[in-house]
Design a protein around this ligand. Structure first.
Ligand code: N01
Length: 493
């Protein structure tokens, strides 16, 4: 017979958000907790995205937990390996590793209305939990392009988030599809070693200079020894990013200086007129994530690199055919086409009070939650990095920690009030989302470009349309009055 594991809190995913929840809730005394992680290690996106050149484009001190500062970051923008090591170290230091079950895929998350509990099916059996915290992340399901012929290709194909390190690229003809944040890091890293590189660009991105530098030993020592210095650096890095919000959500004019910088960067780095024309962005800056690189344009200018702008018609056995009739031979196809964000297949597995899959609810009604975290009809479910929490300009760790404040306070409130369940009222959730839309003007994200911020109706439900400190303020306390609740069954004397 299938054994049922009973647990108070079940967390799905051991990336930054799931781990943060496990650490925070354990500290708050909710230690009857288990984390189910499909991978073989912690780290989430920072474990999976190990492609050459992978690095963060948010400054290091800001891109770390406030409760686990790291004075030893080697540079202003950390490489993937260093962030991965950091997450593993934080996990070990917090003592939560033994709470994580690795290699376990969650296949169904169903709410049982009668018992006010969740039944979670996984590859290692069934769990019965009072509270479920989804820490599956927004950028976890790689999206392959809808292009004919992939099955015919006889070479190697892989997505940037599933980089195949066994494939040697030296002396090969390589094709990279996409020119987003992943591609602009991969291309300069592999261009010097491959025989030839074709980069398939559908939309030219805005690229700004990357103000990166190594932190000299003396500076790292200062972060370690001078009280408050690292905190001050973090605050400075946070504030310097925050000003962009005005331009992204309220006044396009505020983006004008950034546009000037982007154009100057392009003009200085690209001498060839034809290439300059091809890489000139033709959409409003900020509509897609603004990219940071000092090596992207020089890589495209190399003799062994071609920027292909004719649309891809199909993949063939030996390469790619473009709409202009050209056949581009390739030995390896690197797919850098992003992730399923507003249509993540994981949410097809989560069914609430009325049995409706969260993915279906969001597909029909729009991807909405209350404070990005709770969803009406899905009691005691907390979605980290949920709807309207994503950022293009600042640190997701800051948003995650805001959600953790809310989650921890919700758990404390339920404990103090002896509640079995809390379920946000639909009317409150609707009003919250109406306010959200009204409080910001026309955001730049809906000005006519394609991006992972948008759903198939052209709305931008994935991003937080305001200052990050506003989200921090909103999530400081759990507001029980916004929720329907049921009392816990009295415990036996
Ligand atoms: O994905 P993307 P990404 N034919 O969706 C193109 C984070 N991140 O993996 O612009 C041809 O941004 C698509 O073209 P178009 C960060 O939040 C962070 O690069 O839609 N091309 C685009 O160029 C980022 O925003 C870091 O016309 C096709 C590209 O593929 C997010 O991850 C580093 C196509 C997809 O770009 C996603 O970035 C890396 C098709 N059929 C990633 N379909 C940091 O530094 C799509 N494209 C923190």
């Amino acid at each position: 017979m299938n054994q049922i594991n009973t647990v108070d809190v079940l967390v799905v995913g051991a990336g930054f958000s799931g781990l943060g929840a496990a650490i925070r809730l354990t500290q708050e005394g909710f230690d009857d907790l288990v984390v189910l992680e499909r991978g073989s290690d912690v780290g989430g996106t920072w474990r999976d995205n190990s492609y050459p050149g992978a690095a963060c484009d948010v400054p290091s001190h800001l891109y770390s937990f406030s409760f686990a500062p790291n004075p030893d970051w080697s540079r202003a923008f950390s490489p993937q390996g260093e962030i991965y090591d950091y997450i593993r170290r934080v996990t070990a230091e917090a003592g939560v590793r033994e709470k994580i079950r690795f290699g376990v895929e969650v296949t169904a998350v169903d709410y049982d209305e009668d018992r006010g509990r969740w039944t979670v099916e996984s590859s290692e059996g069934t769990y019965d939990a009072r509270v479920v915290v989804l820490g599956v992340g927004a950028l976890c399901e790689p999206k392959n392009p809808d292009i004919d012929g992939f099955a015919d290709f006889t070479g190697e194909v892989f997505h940037t988030a599933r980089w195949d390190h066994s494939v040697m690229l030296a002396d090969k003809n390589v094709a990279v599809i996409g020119t987003g944040a992943s591609a602009i890091q991969v291309v300069p890293s592999i261009a010097p070693t491959v025989a030839h590189l074709d980069v398939y660009q559908r939309t030219a991105p805005w690229v700004l200079p990357r103000m990166d530098r190594t932190y000299p030993a003396i500076e790292r020592k200062a972060y370690r020894t001078i009280p408050g210095l690292q905190r001050a650096m973090r605050a400075l890095q946070w504030a310097s990013r925050e000003f962009q919000v005005v331009g992204l959500t309220r006044s396009r004019a505020a983006l004008a200086p950034i546009k000037v910088l982007g154009r100057a960067h392009l003009a200085l780095q690209v001498r060839d007129k034809t290439l300059r024309e091809k890489v000139m962005p033709r959409f409003e800056i900020g509509c897609k994530r603004i990219l940071l690189s000092n090596t992207w344009y020089p890589a495209l200018s190399r003799d062994n690199v071609d920027l292909v702008t004719s649309p891809i018609e199909r993949v063939t056995s030996g390469g790619i055919t473009t709409a202009d009739g050209t056949e581009h031979p390739a030995d390896v196809l690197v797919v850098a086409t992003g992730f399923h964000v507003t249509d993540s297949p994981f949410f097809e597995r989560v069914r609430g009070s009325d049995g409706q899959a969260l993915a279906d609810k969001w597909a029909t009604e729009g991807m909405e939650a209350y404070k990005g975290t709770t969803v009406a009809g899905y009691p005691n479910l907390f979605v980290l990095v949920g709807p309207a929490t994503g950022l293009g300009h600042s640190s997701m760790i800051y948003m995650i920690e805001s959600q953790l404040n809310y989650l921890a306070d919700a758990m404390r409130t339920m404990r103090e009030r002896n509640l079995q369940t809390v379920d946000v009222r639909e009317v409150v959730q609707d009003a919250y989302n109406d306010d959200l839309r009204a409080s910001t003007g026309e955001t730049v994200w809906t000005t006519g470009c394609s991006s992972w911020y948008l759903d198939d109706k052209g709305n931008a439900p994935a991003v937080w349309p305001d200052f990050t400190f506003s989200f921090r303020r909103e999530t400081r306390e759990f507001d029980l009055s916004a929720y329907r609740r049921t009392p816990a069954a009295p415990t036996a004397p």
